[in-house]
Ligand binder design. Structure first.
Ligand code: ADP
Ligand code: MG
Length: 393
């Protein structure tokens, strides 16, 4: 069960109880920020392209009280661990422990002259860690919301998203794009968020009430993802470098049309060409899907998701057996408009667009059929579009 703000009340209870236990009874404030699922536009962010994420009901929670000194006293429920850090001693890079995500945001604030006090804080959440639903950005944005409130600073979601990315890039040392923090900070209730990763322009896109977005966690976690990700990025960069000669306006794959790609194919490595043949059309799909959702054309939205999956599977080659299977089973259900892998690939989650009134039976059937073939801790989460980072009052 979730309350009207989409946060599981049991999560809030657990986090505030832990706060009282660790830091005493004086009432704390609660900052929350959602995880996200990317509906379409995969491997387009680092090509300066479009993405269409949606903030989900699973969130990071930072229960906090400002301190009178410059100490961060942090406790993570997930690791049952407490860590104390001096705000004035933070330097990048600062490691990739759970508390690095919190400290990194504090460091990013300070790097831009934003002064926030120390905190006593409990960190908790129900975004599965490392499943591709961006628990890291959720934690960063909940932290930013807490620090901004404690320091009496203006809450500017776009600026905060950029600070979160800076924290993750420079302090934690993860070379992530801007999508996750934007989705977690800027999203509006009831809407997905069309984001242009080059201009950072956004457009809230209403998700029709008769559609349900279902996240399908395959239960598979692959270490391969990191090296394949770097390899795909390098392929995209090589194509751009080649095409720039003779086409000086090409700064990223975002600027390449299919016609240009086909015309210049002789100059490209065949595998690199295949990768680009995914990215170029994929980059048109977020705007098309945004328009389809806006027009309540769920059939078209679903088709685009299927196309995206096949392209990621056959051209970008970042799918895997588990992602292919769970999306195939999903597509076989009459209540399903379309399904695709989401996130970097090689495991993690897929996403389906489903008739809202059939969600429960869809989830039961897909989970049973998947588990009959693959023995992994899979889980399905129906998701409504949630608002970005906020304080609970
Ligand atoms: P993803 O963002 O896909 O979930 P990442 O590897 O980017 O995966 O981030 C996961 C890391 O973020 C965790 O290993 C942990 O360090 C940190 N983290 C995220 N949420 C929490 C949380 N609720 N409590 C403690 N640490 C968290
Ligand atoms: Mg992450």
């Amino acid at each position: 069960m979730t309350d009207s703000l989409g946060i599981d009340p049991a999560l809030l209870e657990r986090a505030t109880a832990r706060f009282a236990e660790r830091f005493g009874d004086a009432p704390p404030t609660v900052a929350v920020a959602p995880g996200r699922v990317n509906l379409i536009g995969e491997h387009t962010d680092y090509n300066d392209g479009f993405v269409l994420p949606m903030a989900i009901g699973r969130a990071a929670v930072v229960v906090f009280r400002p301190r009178n000194d410059r100490t961060l006293r942090l406790h993570a429920v997930a690791f049952d661990e407490t860590k104390e850090l001096a705000l004035d001693a933070l330097t990048a890079p600062g490691g990739d422990e759970w508390y690095s995500y919190v400290a990194g945001v504090a460091w990013a604030f300070a790097s831009e002259g934003l002064v926030a006090p120390g905190l006593d804080a409990v960190v908790d959440g129900d975004v599965p860690l490392g499943a591709g639903l961006s628990s890291s950005a959720a934690l960063e944005m909940a932290t930013a919301r807490a620090l901004a409130a404690a320091g009496d600073l203006e809450w500017d979601p776009v600026r905060m998203a950029l600070l979160g990315q800076k924290a993750e890039n420079q302090y934690v040392g993860m070379n992530c794009g801007i999508m996750d923090q934007f989705a977690s900070a800027v999203s509006r209730a009831g809407h997905a968020l069309l984001l242009d990763c080059r201009s950072l322009e956004t457009r809230p896109v209403p998700v029709p009430d008769d559609a349900e977005v279902v996240v399908m966690d395959t239960g598979a976690r692959r270490s391969l993802a990191g090296s394949a990700y770097n390899d795909r990025r390098a392929a995209c960069e090589r194509v751009v470098a080649r095409l720039q000669k003779g086409n000086p306006s090409v700064k990223a794959l975002r600027d390449v049309t299919l016609e240009l790609l086909e015309r210049e194919q002789e100059r490209l490595d065949p595998v690199d060409l295949k990768r680009a043949r995914h990215v170029v059309p994929e980059n048109t799909r977020p705007v098309q899907m945004a328009d389809a959702l806006q027009a309540s054309n769920l059939e078209e939205a679903g088709e685009l998701m299927n196309d995206s999956h096949f392209s990621l599977r056959d051209l970008y080659e970042v799918s895997c057996e588990e992602l292919d299977l769970i999306t195939e089973i999903a597509r076989e259900q009459p209540s399903c408009f379309g399904a695709r892998m989401t996130g970097a690939g090689f495991g993690g989650c897929a996403v389906a667009l489903v008739k809202a009134d059939a969600t429960d039976s869809f989830c039961d059937t897909v989970l049973t059929a998947y588990k009959a073939k693959i023995d992994l801790p899979a889980a399905l989460y129906p998701c409504r579009p949630m608002p970005g980072a906020r304080l609970l009052v």
